[in-house]
Each structure stands twice: as structure tokens, then as C-alpha cells.
Ligand binder design. Structure first.
Ligand code: AMP
Ligand code: GLY
Length: 421
């Protein structure tokens, strides 16, 4: 089969390496991919948001199956467009992708269907929102409604910060139209867990749980990033908690989307917080998380393409989805200065990788056979081993063998998880 993957980050590299293991896959194209992905797929210079370009390429090249990985094309309706020209796809259609595309939609969905989440209010004008935050208890969480490159959530620890957040989002439009509406919600505490789940709209199969590390620097300091590393499984996510999540969150969410006429097919991402009052949803994403995918997919033992096709065809109940009982750790190497500003163009040279190590390239170009950094998050280094401690040690050993002079990484990926064990 000829398979096409839309996107060009570490997540897409992990998906492509997973698909490559399938005996059914003959050729993989990445749109646009990147200089590192070029080792594993044919990269085509078509942007992930260029829906017309993506459709034309799929048609011209007789693509049999498309995986639409990033949030933007999903929310813009890339799956609808591809399906309308007869290309079978992994990923939700536009109607279902709204679960990530609008926080107002997702919060109202959870309220309507009694799915546990933080208490909240929605505002469509700055005056009312400002009035509200002036008396709201702090910390308080201010969220832009739409997509904002993962930066649309502000945790205000003082009333002044909350007022500034509302003004930034609603008056100064720092996130553009994504800030036309905002959600202001209760601040929750507890360990965070990411659970990705395959669903065909009738069956939902959670993958192995994981833990992201969002802050840029050690001990959860510095700015929020797209994610500086992950481990799987997440030790806080016990079998008992998993069973509660299945009954109170996963199945109710799938059913709620069906009831709304927005059947979700693909990978549904649950960002959960394990509070003293039980697990609650912090956010939904309509796609594989990044860098969660870089630890979850290396642990998948079943054929990725077969599982993906089952979500499209509605045959997930009859399809084996098996994960290894091993552990994985992914350490992200980012460009110095990320997430604020950084320089590109520094060479990256990998070390001699052991068999249990994968390099997932998130941001690089290939020039004269040399891999050069391009982007904030540049590389994910994943190790799989029998225990989490061994996986963490192996990942760091491999990171130290990468030659990337402009790179930095957190030194404590997995530390919290190991403490919890
Ligand atoms: P999001 O972009 O929705 O994933 O939010 C980014 C991060 O903000 C989450 O991973 C949480 O750490 C934090 N966060 C979001 N909502 C809340 C909340 N209601 N209470 C506490 N922390 C939150
Ligand atoms: N790692 C968080 C996300 O993919 O949104």
C-alpha cells in the first residue's frame, strides 16, 4: 500500500517508523516531513495546512491510506477533503475535531454529559470576563477558545495576572481569533496523565498511559513548551484509576460525540488530572500527542496500519491492539532559547545507537547529506527497556552521544515517575 502521513515533527516520525514495520506498507510519503524523516519516508514539500495541495498529491499519486496527524489540518477539515476524493484516512473529520478546536465546545460537552472536569465559565466579551476574574479565587486558569500552538492556557496566580491574561487574549488578541471567546476555570491539582486512545466511534481502546514534561527546564521550571520529554507507562495511572477513567470519561466521551452527531474516529487524546475527587479531564486533543507518541508507539506490538485502518472501517472491536509490558523514556533535545527564540542551522550527528534506541527527528533539514537543526524541538531520543529506570538511563546515555552544539535538554525526564514507583 501507498501511505501518506501529513505533518513533519517527532510525532510524525514515530508514526512513520511504526508504519514501516507493517508488511502491508510499500511506500510512505511525508507531507512535508523533515530532513530526518527523509531517511524513512519520501518527503514532499507540501505544508500540513495546504489542504488543496495534499488532496492533489493524494490523487496524483494514488495514495491508498492517509494519516492526518497535526491539529491544524484536522480542525480545517483535511480528512473530509481527502474522503471526498475517495482517500481513506486515519483521523477525525472536521465536525469531530472541534473537540480540540474549541475549548468552549469541549467544556460544554463535558458539562452536558456529566464528564468530570474543572468548573468553568465561558465569556464572549472582555468586560464580563474582567468583572468575573476580579472576584474569582486564585490561582485561576484562563484559556483561549481556539488553537494557539499550545500556548493558549494561562495559569494566573494573582488577580492582576488573571486580568492581564484576559486583556491579552480578548483585547490585544495575542492568539488572534482563537481568543474571541475564553474559558475561565477552576485550578485543579494532582498528577497529570496523558492517555491516547484508538476509537472507531463504537469501541474505544486506550493505549499505554504516559507522562509529559511541559516546562522547559528541570524541576518543572521555565516556560510551558510543546513537551520536553515523556515516559510510559505513567506510574500514577493504576489499573483501578484506568477502570474509573474508562467508565466515567472515555466511553462517555465517545458516546457524547455520537449523540452530538460528531462521531470521532482516530486517536482521541485525554489530558487528565488525578485529583483527590477522582480523575478529571484537563483537555482533549483530536490527535496523537507529541512527545507522548514517541514513547507510546515504540511500545505497540500490534501492526499500526491494521489498527489505524480498523478505526476507519469500524472494526476496532475485532482488531488486536497489544502493547509491550516494557517501559519507554523520550528526552527531547531542543534549540537553546526554545520556546522563546532560537537559531537554526546547527549540525546534528547521532551516536552509535543500540537496538533499543530510536531517534525521532522533529525539526531539521538535510543539506549536502548533513542534518541541520530547524525549529524549537529538534530531536526526540527514545529508549525502551524492561523497567522505567533502565529506559531513563538508556535514553540519557543515548542523548549524551548526540552531537548537537546548540541543543539543550531537561535532565530530569522520568524523575517524578521513578519517585512515584
Ligand atoms: P492545555 O494546553 O489545556 O494542556 O494546558 C496546559 C497545561 O496547563 C496542562 O497540562 C496543565 O498542566 C495546566 N492546566 C490546564 N488546565 C488546568 C486546570 N484547570 N488546573 C490546573 N492546571 C491546568
Ligand atoms: N504533549 C501535549 C500535546 O501533544 O498536546
Amino acid at each position: 500500500m501507498k501511505v501518506m502521513v501529513v505533518g513533519g515533527g517527532g510525532r510524525e516520525h514515530a508514526i512513520i517508523k511504526g508504519l514501516k514495520k507493517s508488511p502491508k506498507v510499500e511506500e510512505i510519503y511525508a507531507l512535508p516531513g523533515n530532513g530526518g524523516i527523509a531517511k524513512d519516508a519520501t518527503c514532499v514539500n507540501i505544508g500540513a495546512k495546504d489542504i488543496d495541495g495534499i488532496c492533489k498529491f493524494a490523487k496524483d499519486n494514488k495514495i491508498d491510506y492517509a494519516v492526518v496527524a497535526p491539529d491544524d489540518p484536522l480542525v480545517l477539515g483535511c480528512v473530509d477533503a481527502l474522503e471526498s476524493i475517495g482517500v481513506s484516512c486515519f483521523g477525525p473529520n472536521k465536525a469531530a475535531a472541534i473537540i480540540e478546536g474549541s475549548k468552549v465546545f469541549s467544556k460544554n460537552l463535558m458539562k452536558k454529559y456529566n464528564i468530570p472536569t474543572a468548573d468553568y465559565n465561558v465569556f464572549s466579551n472582555a468586560e464580563d470576563a474582567l468583572e468575573f476574574v476580579k472576584t474569582a479565587p486564585v490561582p485561576v486558569v484562563v484559556k483561549a477558545d481556539g488553537l494557539a500552538l499550545g500556548k493558549g492556557v494561562i495559569i494566573a496566580t494573582t488577580t492582576e495576572e488573571a486580568v492581564a491574561a484576559v486583556k491579552d487574549i480578548m483585547e490585544d488578541k495575542v492568539f488572534g481569533d482563537s481568543g474571541n471567546n475564553i474559558v475561565i476555570e477552576e485550578f485543579l491539582t494532582g498528577p497529570e496523565v496523558s492517555v491516547l486512545a484508538f476509537t472507531d466511534g463504537k469501541t474505544i481502546v486506550p493505549m499505554v498511559s504516559s507522562m509529559d514534561h511541559k516546562r522547559a527546564h528541570d524541576n518543572d521550571t521555565g516556560l510551558n513548551t510543546g513537551g520536553m520529554g515523556t515516559v510510559a507507562p505513567n506510574p500514577y495511572y493504576t489499573d483501578d484509576i484506568a477502570s474509573v477513567c474508562m467508565d466515567t470519561i472515555f466511553i462517555p466521551t465517545m458516546n457524547a460525540m455520537n449523540s452530538e452527531g460528531r462521531t470521532f474516529k482516530g486517536c482521541l487524546y485525554f489530558g487528565l488530572m488525578l485529583t483527590v475527587k477522582g480523575p478529571k479531564v484537563i483537555e482533549y486533543n483530536c490527535r496523537f500527542g507529541d512527545p507522548e507518541t514517541q514513547v507510546v508507539l515504540p511500545l505497540l506490538e500490534s501492526d499500526l496500519l491494521t489498527v489505524m485502518q480498523a478505526t476507519t472501517n469500524g472494526t476496532l472491536a475485532e482488531t488486536e491492539v497489544k502493547f509491550s509490558s516494557k517501559s519507554a523514556c523520550c528526552v527531547i533535545m531542543a534549540s537553546k532559547g526554545y520556546p522563546v527564540s532560537y537559531e537554526n542551522g546547527f549540525p546534528i550527528v547521532f551516536g552509535e545507537a543500540e537496538e533499543n534506541i530510536s531517534y525521532f527527528v522533529a525539526g531539521a533539514t538535510l543539506e549536502d547529506g548533513k542534518l541541520l537543526s530547524k525549529g524549537g524541538r529538534v530531536l526526540g531520543v527514545t529508549a525502551v527497556n524492561d523497567c522505567l529506570k533502565c529506559a531513563v538511563e538508556d535514553a540519557y546515555k543515548a542523548v549524551k552521544q548526540v552531537d548537537f552544539s546548540n541543543g539543550f535538554y531537561r535532565n530530569d525526564i522520568g524523575a517524578k515517575a521513578l519517585k512515584a514507583l
